[in-house]
Structures are given as structure tokens and as C-alpha cells.
Design a protein around this ligand. Sequence first.
Ligand code: UDP
Length: 285
Amino acid sequence: MVAMDNLITGNLNNIAHHAGNTHFEFIHHDVSNFIYVPGEVDVVLHFASPASPIDYLKYPIQTLKVGALGTHNALGLARAKGAKFILASTSEVYGDPLVHPQVETYVGNVDPIGPRGVYDEAKRYAEALVMAYHRTHGMDTRIVRIFNTYGPRMRLDDGRVVPNFIGQALRGEPLTVYGDGSQTRCFQYVSDLVEGIYRLLNSSFTDPVNIGTTAEMSILEFAEAVNEISGNAAGIIYKEALRIQGDPQTRRPDTTRARTILGWEPKVPLADGLTHTIDYFRQVL
Ligand code: UDP
């Protein structure tokens, strides 16, 4: 297995457990530039991109490039090697959705020049490119639309709600809820996502598939859950963050495709997943 990353948002510690594994190789490379891999390749998994709103606002051009040029290069590699290809897409392709829950056939509500446009449009373009390669070259492709995911090895300062809240809770600080906290998300544990991606890869389904839980909760409810599980007594403070502009008010996947086509169901309850994740952050703090 070959892993590639330019590490602008990644961290080598996340693959430290592969040290000494002769079947694993890391190449420090930006996939927005031509990708060279010697030998045979069975599957290309294109997961490269900043994915946290804070990160893609910090790296807007890199985010657009990796969605466009990075996807082009990764598809080119897969085509040259006769490999299967999977794109990590996102619930952000639905933007601030006007259809709820979000079914894969919903085309979305995205502002191309809004603060999230650099990520949303890059991923929408990436999906278009994957389908064009599939239709034009008959390539064996998959698109997974990943909804909010959490778990160990997230970056404590990546700005997303899970590491933010857990970091604050472990420091005994109040949790920063942006706006009134009524905006909703569904949080899936990383092992459920991995299982969904694995099943999709082994299926023959080429249209996009949502992978996420349907347990929708408000950010305020989520903050209360983090405080309760971590034993943080400092409560909550409300913050009017600048980045709230374009913050989707609701988000919940319709997972009929994942359930019927892949036989997939998320298994890890929020309380268990949060407990594992809090334990992890306790070690790294
Ligand atoms: N959020 C929050 N406090 C924080 C960080 C995020 O209230 O410290 C909110 C944010 O406004 C959004 C939700 O939590 O409504 C999820 O944000 P995240 O950055 O995790 O990713 P998103 O789901 O928006 O892509």
C-alpha cells in the first residue's frame, strides 16, 4: 500500500503504527502535481483535501486545486493502471440544503463564491470528473458522500466541532456554540464510515452513496452530550463566529442507498464513540 499526502493538514503520527510494515510506503507528495507510482495498482482511493471549514478557508486555492487537479491526476493514475477508483466526496455538495433529509438525487444549494464554495465546488467538480471518466473511459469508479465523522486522530486544532468541544471540555472550559446552536448535524463514528466505504468499494454501484448516521441532533444538544460524557461542568457559551455565514442549518443523510445496496448500518452509538474519542484526546492534550 502506498499513502500520499503533502501534510498541510495531515500528520505523520497518524500512520506511525505502520512503521516497519514492508507492505506500506509513505510518499510525501501533493497530488495536485503529477502522480507517479511504480508497479501495479489495484485501487486508487482519492481522499486528499482539507475537510474542515477552518482549514479550507486557510487553504482555499489548495482546496480547489486538489479537488480539480488532484482528482484529475488520481483518475489518470487509476486509468493508466487499470485500477478501481473511489472519490471521497462530501455532504457539502448539498450546500445549505433545501431538501431534508438529503437524498443522493438532490442536486444541492451551493453558493459558488460563498466561504464554503472553495470546498463545495471543488468536490462537485471532482464528482463531475469521476462520472466523466466513468462514462467516457468505462472506468470502474465509486463516489462516497461522507457526512460528519469523528473519532481518534482528528487534529485537536482543526476547528471542527468535535475536536473543538472535546478540547474545551478537557481543559474545563465552556464549549463555544456558534449562533444559537439550533443548526443540526448527524455524527458518525469513523469505524462505521470505514465499513461503509469498504462495502461501497466491493459493490458495483457507480452513482454517489451517502454514508452517515441519521441520528440528527442540534449543535446545542451535541455540546450537552460532550459536557456530560466528559464530566465538564463549565457549560456552554454562545459565539457569533464570522464563519457562520454559509453554515448549513440542517444536515441529515437519506441512507436508503447505503442500507439497501450495501446492507450497511452504522453500529457505534454516540456515547461509545465519544467516550473513545475523549480518551484519545486526553492522551494527546
Ligand atoms: N460549531 C460550533 N462550535 C465550534 C465549532 C463548530 O458551534 O466550536 C458548529 C458549526 O457552526 C457548525 C457545526 O458546529 O454548525 C459543525 O461544524 P464543523 O466545523 O464540525 O463542520 P461542518 O459540519 O459545518 O462542515
